[in-house]
Write a new protein. Sequence first.
Length: 290
Amino acid sequence: MNEVLVAGIDFSGAKQVPNDTWIASGSIGSLGLEVMDIRKIGSHLVAGVFCKPDISYTAVGIDVPFSLPVEFLAFLAEKCNKTEYQSWQEVAEQLVFMSFEQFLELVVEFKKEPKRVTDKAISRAAQSPLHRGNPSMVQMTYQGIRMLASLDPKTCAVLPFQDRLQNTCAILEVYPRETLTALGLPDTGYKSKEKKDKDSVHAMRKSIVENLVQIRERKGISHKDCPRLSIGAAARNQAIESDHALDALIACYTTAMWHMAPHHFQEPLSLDQIEVLVEGWIYSPQVLNG
């Protein structure tokens, strides 16, 4: 197998820059996925990851909603005096020329927080991209779509909206919690800012990392085509110390698994719902049974 580069990004919607956006980078070779680098880059630098002439990624998974529910898009089109959006590119262009304050005002006026087709079909836990509770999804979704709109379609294909040409990087929406569930690992208990929880969340992250490294040896799942994972000491420590770094690692692993074992992933149009071509799709492995 020729070595290919993949990455996973845990995207932050925080206003301050740099923020807790993390990237995990790895290479896929004959021995599986090797992750040597996990670092905080800030959401403002994400698009630049794909533009470096000396690095050519095959696929990158990003933990952020790539689009919005069709109910809200119909409302948005009406408010902007436009016809119904026929493509994601039209939606992305709309947000590029709209301030966050304008977007938030429309979200508040809309009031509802519907889920997308993929949020309901793929994930037990996925929030609506319009969720305004804690954690708020609104600013992250807004910033994420604008970031995706800035990518060059000659070098990047944002799936499932754009056709992937030869030698382009596939950009996937991923959801680390759902990957953990599919792999039979805990998807909660590894995030908390409370001092009283420090030891327990640290222990949970350590356990998740160790189980990912040993995933092919775990009983109770069909493990034969899960990628083997090796991870450098510094990257391992980052994932154990930060839940954002761990989510980036899981996003990277999900992306590697999509590249190596795509049959474990449901196709966007498998539900026969055309809305996904505007709303987007979460690329998450289906639950692996023993």
